[in-house]
Design a protein around this ligand. Structure first.
Ligand code: X90
Length: 276
């Protein structure tokens, strides 16, 4: 078994509750304070703070040094990063890789641009851990990840896209519908790792049905599903129940979004990584 470290940035929502990865924090920044998205962050308190905060807020990706600090002198490191089309996290990981491999020519780092976030990153982390335990080599795992990424997808349901629009991660036009009371924006991560809105649903029930339909249309066949939600356990449970009704054996887990995804998905939002 190779002696490897699996790292994710904190957009994977794995700062807590996952023992085989280490999480590299992003930051959420307002004029008043800075929230570090690590295991000490009270995410719910942050979401409520931000709901009443009227000033500017933004986020910042990890620096190359933030990634390097978690490499822990391991001979092999996997860095699983949020889509490079929305964040500099992947770029920072690539700089960390270059430094580390130059300093230690016998060590190897694999940086994965997931073109996604949340639960899709969680699926990739779980697979890498599985392949390490199954004794695959570092090079084999790097190759296999590329193939696995073709068989995973990400969908989202959002009540508000205000923070995404304010920070230039979606167009103001795309964000508009999600601002209307009762409307849920349903969409997916596009092939190039950007937000692709698919539907505007009136009410959560319709949105959840739409999510399930789209996932099946995209090729979901009862494989793994990794749901994260921002203060909306009911929606997550309801999606799980509807998937289990069609695929009783499906391996579906639910967790809370961490700081970064809570900031962008906002209260009520849900992000779903799935195998297809
Ligand atoms: O570097 C930074 O400051 C982080 C910027 C991240 C921006 C986007 C985060 C999106 C989080 C929203 C729903 C899922 C969208 C998936 C798109 C690939 C969650």
């Amino acid at each position: 078994m190779i002696d490897a470290k699996i790292l994710v940035d904190s957009s994977a929502n794995l700062a807590t509750g996952c023992d085989f990865v280490s999480s590299v924090p992003l930051k959420i920044i307002t004029d008043e304070r800075e929230y570090i998205d690590d295991e000490n962050l009270n995410t719910a308190a942050m979401v409520w703070d931000l709901k009443t905060y009227t000033g500017k807020s933004s986020t910042a990706c990890p620096s190359p040094q933030d990634w390097l600090d978690k490499f822990e002198d391991k001979p092999y490191v996997f860095c699983i990063a949020i889509t490079s089309n929305l964040s500099g996290s992947c770029n920072a990981a690539n700089i960390a890789k270059a430094d580390y491999e130059q300093e230690h020519p016998d060590r190897r780092v694999c940086v994965i641009d997931t073109l996604s976030t949340g639960g899709e990153m969680e699926l990739i982390a779980e697979k890498i851990q599985q392949w390490i335990e199954e004794d695959f080599s570092f090079d084999e795992i790097c190759e296999k990840v590329k193939d696995y990424q073709q068989h995973t997808g990400l969908m989202f349901m959002l009540e508000s896209m205000q923070n995404l629009a304010n920070n230039g991660r979606v167009s103001k036009i795309a964000a508009k519908a999600a601002g209307i009371l009762g409307i849920r924006a349903v969409g997916r991560a596009s092939d190039v790792g950007t937000l692709e809105p698919l539907e505007k649903c009136r009410g959560e029930k319709k949105a959840i049905a739409s999510l399930a339909d789209h996932m099946v249309a995209m090729g979901y066949e009862g494989g793994k599903m990794r749901i994260s939600h921002c203060l909306n356990p009911a929606a997550a449970e309801s999606l799980r129940a509807s998937i289990l009704a069609a695929y009783p054996g499906a391996d579906i887990t639910i967790r809370s979004t961490g700081g970064l995804c809570s900031f962008y998905a906002e209260k009520g939002g849900m992000i779903i990584g799935f195998e297809k």
